[in-house]
Design a protein around this ligand. Sequence first.
Ligand code: CP
Ligand code: NVA
Length: 312
Amino acid sequence: MATKRDFLSLDDLPEVEFRALLARAIELKDMRSRGEVCQPLLGQTLAMIFEKASTRTRVSFEVGMFELGGHAVYLAGQGSQIGRGEPIADTARVLSGYCSGILIRTFGQERLEELAKWATVPVLNGLTDMFHPCQILADLQTVLELRGTIDGLRYCWIGDGNNMAHSWIKAAAILGLDLALACPDGYKPNESVVLAAQSRMRDSGRGSLKIVDEPAEAVSTSDVISTDVWASMGQEDEAAARRKAFAHYCLDSSLLMQANSGAHVLHCLPAHRGEEITAEVLEGEQSAVFRQAQNRLHAQKAVLEAFLGANV
Ligand code: CP
Ligand code: NVA
């Protein structure tokens, strides 16, 4: 059996493979639309542990496994022994005997890393407090479809310096993209993520990272604008304080007008209309949000092929 390969953050995808995976996601989408069957994961099973809620991630991976010829088993924190405190190291060793891979959505990145340390099958990050790498693949697939390239564009992020922002920063460093983020004080992205990206950009001589306070400054001359909820899962108690801190970080039509003409709006969903984004922008002509959400299926199938397929 080949050495197992985990997908814990975008750092696990070298640039060439990252780009190939985006192209493969589009290819899988085209094949599906032609009714072509592609089942490289026949007989394989993915365990999917969710310690937080999910609609898109759960369904795209479960349908993805089915369409690739495999099967998925869903385990909620509550309702399995995980929620009753069974150590993740024990769960990892047990599931490794039944399944070909384990997807987990959890809180700290260290919990994902602990699972990966003990599992003998590939472990996939279905979102942690720190990163959401699978989402970024669907986001960039969407840009590639709409613009024909992901290069030479200006990307921006408005709002919380959260798991999605961190994943955009990693993607920019790996792919050499120009990214500006506008986040309020106290909610800027993690410093170690920023420093690592800046160092990689310096070494490669490609990509740029700008972190500013004002949304208008980040949006100005952008081609792709992303935002996300102000209070992520696990931060529900902070929602009121965050609503105050983020009050002028709403992506509305006057902010959007400051971007390049034809700029695309992305949001990983779920969205809070009237908070981080207005209904007008979310439902407007420049929004690619539902294409982006639907692309999760194709991007996640490409992830499954890349990380589980190698283990066949
Ligand atoms: N964007 C995303 O991960 O959605 P879910 O929380 O529904 O999985
Ligand atoms: N930042 C959000 C993303 C949800 C897909 C969260 O972690 O809740």
